[in-house]
Design a protein around this ligand. Structure first.
Ligand code: FES
Ligand SMILES: [Fe+2]
Length: 345
């Protein structure tokens, strides 16, 4: 699957960047190959429309925000969040027919901006500890990788790469991986495992643990298509919850957004220490993942890839994406009986 060839991916909420990125000016983003512009109104709510002015096609992202509207840099036409043109400075009389730029569903959640290009198929997944006052939020990354989102998501649940890719950080030397127990859900799965890991210098500070080795009790929730919430619990009571949203920019690039929720305090472990360790680990993954094929077959194509037991979570992701997209497609093609009756009237 190349992401732009699966139109049903347009029906999911995708996370673009932290809301704070909109503090100063509108921002351009390419989502599933589509150029959009995002800005924030006076109440702090984000809006997204096509990054193409309907007048002479200039990019609205090069413009400004005035009141609640984005203003084109070329001739000053202004557009509100619905996409409606609210001002043509060159004209004094209102037009008979309103002018629109294409608008998209857009909202803020978890301190991030989310966009859905078509009718949303599901809500943004609920992250229970987000509202728990004993957890703090640390924004970690918002960056682009030259890689498919599915390759990155598979890697997050791949127990076999730890002793290779992460051999110099936390990976155990034993190449036989601890396979997770998997509980399937319609929109993804939960994978539970208890891998033994090393606890090297940088990680000790981030975990407040001095032992050479430790055990992670890992509960990873995967959501179709490219979102995961993985709780890693350590023997000292620390819970480090990784929230990763992988957003398809185009067939070869992915926006990697990650924040963590932790039940400790800034005084115990600084955000810099939290980020520094995860930075090291994700860069180890990035080097390898950016060499992988952006095409990821959702169905088993003989000879395209070979598999092993630890690939099961990744293969299940492919199956779930296939099932959900096929279901959405079927629903779109066969209207409800009530709608059929209406059509026959
Ligand atoms: S191109 Fe946008 S106002 Fe003219
Ligand atoms: Fe990794």
């Amino acid at each position: 699957m190349l992401v732009t060839q699966e139109p049903m991916l347009r029906r999911f909420w995708h996370c673009l960047f932290p809301l704070a990125h909109l503090d100063d000016k509108p921002q351009a983003f390419k989502l599933l190959g589509e150029d959009i512009v995002v800005w924030k109104d006076r109440e702090g709510a984000p809006h997204a429309v096509q990054d193409r002015c309907p007048h002479r096609t200039a990019k609205l992202s090069g413009g400004t925000v005035k009141d609640d509207a984005v203003v084109c840099p070329y001739h000053g036409w202004a557009f509100e969040g619905s996409g409606k043109c609210t001002l043509i400075p060159q004209e004094t009389a209102p037009r008979d027919r309103a002018i629109y730029v294409r608008a998209y569903h857009c909202q803020a959640r978890y301190g991030q901006v989310w966009v859905c290009l078509d009718e949303p198929a599901a809500d943004i997944p609920y992250i229970e500890p987000f509202g728990d006052p004993t957890f703090r939020q640390v924004f970690e990354f918002c960056e682009d990788w030259s890689c498919s989102p599915l390759r990155i998501m598979e890697n997050e649940f791949d127990a076999a790469h730890l002793s290779f890719v992460h051999a110099t950080s936390f990976g155990n030397t034993d190449p036989i991986p601890a396979l997770p127990l998997i509980e399937e859900h319609d929109d993804g799965f939960i994978a539970r495992s208890q891998p033994k890991v090393r606890n090297p210098e940088g990680m000790r500070a981030a975990l407040q643990m001095t032992e050479d080795k430790t055990v992670r009790t890992t509960t990873g929730r995967y959501y179709v298509p490219f979102f995961r919430v993985t709780e890693i619990a350590y023997p000292n009571g620390l819970k480090n919850i990784l929230v990763t949203a992988l957003t398809p920019i185009d067939d070869h690039h992915t926006r990697f957004n990650q924040f963590v929720l932790r039940n400790d305090t800034e005084a115990e472990v600084s955000s810099e220490q939290v980020i520094a360790f995860d930075r090291r680990v994700t860069l180890e993954d990035k080097v390898v993942l950016e060499t992988t094929d952006p095409a990821v077959p959702l169905d088993n194509i003989e000879g395209f890839e070979e598999h092993m037991a630890s690939d099961r979570p990744g293969l299940l992701m492919r199956k779930k994406i296939r099932q959900v997209c096929d279901r959405l497609r079927a629903e779109a093609q066969s209207p409800e009986p009530r709608e059929l009756r209406l059509a026959g009237e």
